[in-house]
Design a protein around this ligand. Structure first.
Ligand code: GLA
Length: 734
């Protein structure tokens, strides 16, 4: 978590709104949360929406009379409602009654980000709660979380400790969330919020974004749209088990909750201890999901991705090319091939250590397999340097196999319940290490630190995690703390990552977890990017990357050109289409280049060269989603525009070749400067004849009003035509 820098208190911009209520605004450039603080009652969330210009009391007066919505509802009086916090006192009292316990305070750092804190305390018991609101003005994002402190002399037990809640009103509210599974990540679900509760949760323990995601959009004006309607975006920054809930009443009142999943996770809060919940990030747009996404992207790049303001390199990963069949000649050849194609980094995936010829052994035995690599990692980094590319390496540090030296020496280091047999995962032998145990944390830090220190030329680490928690039990935690395992595992992981980051700040690290199991802002602080999916089929990736783009910027999405037939779907997609799709994210390759023809390698070389020319636009620019793969319009289209609007990259993919199907062949562009003129150049062109507008100049206004008619099949010699068609157009301001 990037910390606020050098906080200085600023005068509290609070107003008196009535007899006793004080209004505390939390402001970004365009949005505002207003908290109503009474001296003798729990604070209420009065308003979240566009920044209120003028008197803040407008927001409070406009709210329905009597509609006092607790900013952080606790389990106390009126227990029939849902709550965010539930604490059992030493005497067995299960209720809380929080009132203000001091002045709200706002402090600012030199980036202009401001932290507002609202101190609360129980009327009777020595439990206090501080509500935090951290505003990022430029990004229009506000993070909120709670710090819960036991000021008493005896432990208290917390059975629920959510990060934040948000009341909102709409008679036609919709929720957009992401779901999926292995090889099918990032699917989009839109559903209307109807009376009752909707729950989105993940209890994998490790890979928390394969299935349900910890981010949602709440659309307040009916069905979600890209460019219109009021939208609240919410992202929980937590890589462990989580739960999101929406509770809807029969009068258009809704409340959103998000936090750590409380199931089997009771926490014993010791005297003097403070429990800080993970953060919940909120954004608001009056202009649809597109703007809400761009807010999250800017905030993610600036504050929650390692090196998020620098472009990521173009790489070749060895996995789908050679799988476990690693050896020096193959690695050297792949380095040469990616260098020849203009790539910048070669990543050696699984199979280099222990006796790892398949997935059934050796995790934890992180010594080089000298049968495969007689000259060790040094031999490889030397080779990479000679060939002019950087070197990266795969590790899976949180795991072991029952067939490993590590497990034989430390059977007590794995997650396992007392008096139960171990439950094994991938390869029939995989086990999860118990990261609540400081010895395990030290082992992992030491292993990665030694690898990176001994091999300072390692520029990139692919950090994988391929098993869920398969049994609840810690051999390290005492009996009365077993319920804290899941939270302590993730605290352990965060601490491990922070220690590694502190020692090796320049190394790029990819979060992978059986593909896209770790697309979550709770973990990405210490990572540069994530692997979207083990499904590298370009066609399938259009959907996965679209869904993930709701919350995550393109620079974070590893997007690789792979072989055909695809290794997961067995679909045969032409190379141009594969390259064009891969170029919508952080471009890479996941293929054995020696299996490609010289012509194919040349094509990739051209694509890589072109991408280098506009990768800053894709990775650091603003995304505009134009035609969704989930709308069945026969095509998918999106574009990126640089923040200064000098350059744009437009993509169009035909996804249905049925002549009777609708075809969105002329999407209007977005995000350009209407007054500027842009020259249009097709990238990765394979057609025999250029497009009619090749090299021509259009005003931004024309392109945004009308779009350009796509040629919907490629002009190729008979016999070379396929049922795929895609276009990439570079737009350069003249
Ligand atoms: C996981 C990852 C893959 C690859 C393999 C290696 O499945 O998602 O990309 O690294 O592990 O075993």
């Amino acid at each position: 978590m990037k910390k606020l820098l050098a906080l200085t208190a600023i005068s509290l911009p609070a107003l008196i709104a009535g007899a006793s209520q004080r209004l505390v605004p939390v402001s970004t450039f365009n949005t505002q949360i207003i908290i109503g603080v009474d001296s003798a009652a729990a604070p209420s969330l009065v308003y979240y929406g566009p920044a209120v210009r003028g008197d803040l009391r407008q927001a409070a007066l406009a709210a329905l009379q009597g509609e006092r919505q607790a900013a952080y509802p606790v389990y106390g009086n009126y227990p029939e409602g849902e709550s965010a916090l539930s604490v059992t006192m030493p005497d067995g009292n299960m209720t809380l009654d929080l009132i203000p316990a001091g002045e709200p305070k706002t402090e600012c750092d030199h980036n202009g980000n401001s932290l507002t804190t609202i101190p609360l305390a129980d009327r009777h018991y020595p439990v206090s709660v501080t509500l935090n609101y951290l505003a990022y003005p430029k990004e229009d994002v506000i993070e909120t979380w709670a710090d819960i402190t036991n000021n008493g002399k005896k432990p208290v037990t917390m059975t629920r400790f959510e990060s934040g809640t948000l009341p909102f009103r709409s008679d036609n509210a919709w929720m957009t969330s992401l779901y999926g599974t292995w090889a099918n990540e990032g699917r989009v679900n839109n559903e209307r919020l109807t009376p009752g509760m909707k729950v989105i949760q993940n209890k994998d323990g490790v890979r928390n974004s394969h299935t349900s995601h910890a981010e949602v959009f709440l659309s307040l004006d009916g069905k979600p749209a890209e460019t219109s309607g009021r939208v609240i975006g919410a992202a929980l920054l937590y890589g462990g088990n989580y739960r999101l809930r929406t509770v809807t009443d029969d009068h258009g009142g809704h409340r959103f909750f998000a936090g750590i999943h409380p199931d089997e996770s009771a926490w014993k809060l010791m005297p003097g201890e403070t429990f800080s919940t993970p953060r919940l990030a909120l954004t608001y747009s009056a202009n649809g999901m597109g703007e809400a996404s761009r807010n999250f992207h800017r905030w993610g790049r600036n504050y929650h991705l390692a090196h998020g303001t620098e472009v990521n390199p173009i790489l070749l990963n060895s996995w789908e090319g050679v799988y476990f069949n690693i050896d020096e000649p193959k690695m050297a050849a792949m380095m040469q091939d990616i260098a020849d194609m203009g790539g910048e980094l070669f990543v050696m995936d699984d199979g280099w250590f222990g006796r790892r010829d398949d997935d059934s052994s050796s995790l934890g035995d992180w010594e080089v397999d000298t049968r495969k690599l007689p000259h060790g990692i040094k031999g490889l980094t030397d080779e990479a340097r000679r060939r002019g590319v950087k070197f990266g390496i795969w590790v899976e540090p949180e795991m072991t196999n029952s067939n490993s030296r590590l497990y034989r020496e430390h059977p007590d280091w794995v997650i396992k319940a007392a008096n139960r047999d171990i439950v094994e995962g991938r390869g029939g032998t995989q086990l999860v290490l118990d990261l609540s145990n400081p010895k395990v944390q030290d082992f992992i830090v030491n292993m990665v630190d030694t690898l990176l220190t001994n091999n300072p030329e390692i520029a990139y680490v692919k950090w994988d995690a391929n098993a869920p928690v398969m049994q609840h039990g810690s051999q390290y935690l005492p009996a009365d703390r077993q319920s804290e395992l899941s939270i302590r595992f993730h605290r352990g992981l965060t601490s491990v990552m922070e220690r590694i980051r502190a020692a090796h700040p320049d190394v790029a690290i990819q979060a992978c977890a059986s593909g896209g199991g770790r697309a979550n802002y709770g973990i990405l602080d210490n990572f540069d990017e994530f692997w979207v999916s083990d499904n590298t089929d370009a066609f399938q990736r259009l959907g996965a990357q679209w869904g993930l783009s709701y919350f995550f910027p393109a620079m974070a999405m590893g997007s690789h050109i792979s072989a055909v037939p695809n290794h997961t779907t067995f679909r045969i997609v032409p190379l141009k289409f594969r390259c064009d799709v891969a170029m919508t994210g952080r471009l890479g390759m996941e293929i054995q280049p020696r299996d490609m023809s010289a012509q194919e390698r040349d094509f990739c070389k051209g694509a890589i060269g072109a991408y280098k020319g506009f990768r800053d636009v894709v990775q650091l620019g603003d995304l505009y989603r134009l035609v969704s793969p989930f709308d069945n319009r026969g095509a998918v289209s999106l574009m990126y525009v640089s923040p200064d609007k000098q350059k744009g990259v437009f993509y169009w993919f035909r996804t249905n070749n049925d002549y009777s199907a609708p075809l969105a062949s002329r999407p209007a562009m977005q995000g350009l400067d209407p007054e500027a003129s842009y020259k249009v150049t097709e990238v990765n062109r394979i057609d025999l004849t250029p497009l009619p507008y090749e090299g021509e100049v259009f005003t931004g206004r024309f392109l945004m009003d009308n779009g350009l008619e796509m040629r919907t099949s490629h002009d190729l010699e008979w016999g070379k035509k396929t049922d795929y068609c895609s276009r990439v157009l570079l737009l350069e301001k003249q």
